[in-house]
Design a protein around this ligand. Structure first.
Ligand code: SF4
Length: 278
């Protein structure tokens, strides 16, 4: 096993030891599924490897099927752990309770349903190592994360040289059907109608594929006075967005609302690029 160097004020070498607990934060995305498989392959005989998901109701129902399918493929249980303050994992409840949908650098749903859920799990359970779905094209993001968030993160996909597309290909090869939202054009398996997106292209995709979700976000954002979408350089209400408006290229599976997405938020305020030439 190769010793890894953890960058910091000083460098030191660490590796999982026998009996250590490694938590793979499974986000219902293809990358985190393969990260779980790779972690088992490398450390399964040495350590206690657990897959943990922080559920969010606003994700597509098919994500539940996908999580169960991955667990059954890997023959391990998938632990679902929610913030006890929001046991149903409802982002809608968070928005209503906090009277907010987005902050300048993030979203209250990320904080309550991902960050605080993860911290609650860590308080109640031993966690020696973390694994997230950082792929080979996300090396810079991984390095930043290790410096700013947690030093004990195992870059299993990066060390295996696996890209996001490789992860998707491997899942398909293994006969595990990916989350259906990928097939609908969504860039990741996050919530449908993610409030961190300001992209007209994204919101019109939601309007086309999930009109009920679009209508619900449009209603609540009016009620709370939140302009979610950027059109022609200005933030506007969803119900003001022309149905044929485009802009804000969907970055294919670029950023997931994962368990540590507070780090992502600092680096990338919106999930999708917005306002490209409108
Ligand atoms: S995916 Fe978007 S809407 Fe869902 S919890 Fe994360 S930030 Fe909130």
């Amino acid at each position: 096993m190769t010793a890894r160097v953890v960058p910091g004020l000083f460098d030191y070498r660490l590796d999982p030891q026998p009996g250590d607990v490694i938590v793979v934060w499974f986000s219902n995305g293809a990358a985190s599924a393969i990260a779980w498989q790779e972690t088992l392959r490398r450390y399964g005989n040495l350590c206690d490897v657990r897959g943990v998901n922080n559920p969010v109701q606003e994700e597509d129902q098919d994500n539940l099927r996908f999580g169960d399918a991955v667990a059954s493929w890997l023959q391990r249980p998938l632990i679902r752990h929610a913030n006890p303050d929001f046991p149903t994992g409802s982002a809608d409840e968070v928005w209503r309770r906090e009277r907010a949908m987005v902050f300048p650098h993030g979203a209250p749903c990320t904080r309550s349903l991902k960050k605080l859920a993860r911290e609650d799990y860590e308080r109640r359970n031993r966690v020696d190592w973390h694994v997230l779905g950082f792929t080979v094209e996300e090396k810079a993001r991984y390095d930043r994360f290790v410096l700013t968030e947690r030093s004990n993160v195992l870059p299993v996909l990066i060390e295996a040289g696996l890209s996001k597309q490789d992860c998707l290909d491997r899942l398909i090869f293994e006969g595990v059907r990916p989350p259906r939202v990928y097939g609908e054009g969504y860039p990741n398996a996050n919530c449908i109608g993610c409030v961190k997106s300001q992209s007209p292209t994204y919101w019109n995709l939601v309007r086309r594929t999930r009109p009920d979700v679009f209508a619900a976000r449009a209603r609540l954002s009016r009620e709370l006075g939140v302009r979610l979408v950027k059109y022609r350089g200005e933030l506007i209400y969803l119900d003001e967005l022309p149905p044929d408006a485009v802009g804000g290229r969907l970055k294919t599976m670029n950023v997931e609302c994962g368990v540590f997405c507070e780090e992502v938020e600092q680096a990338t305020p919106t999930i999708y690029e917005a306002g490209c030439g409108l």
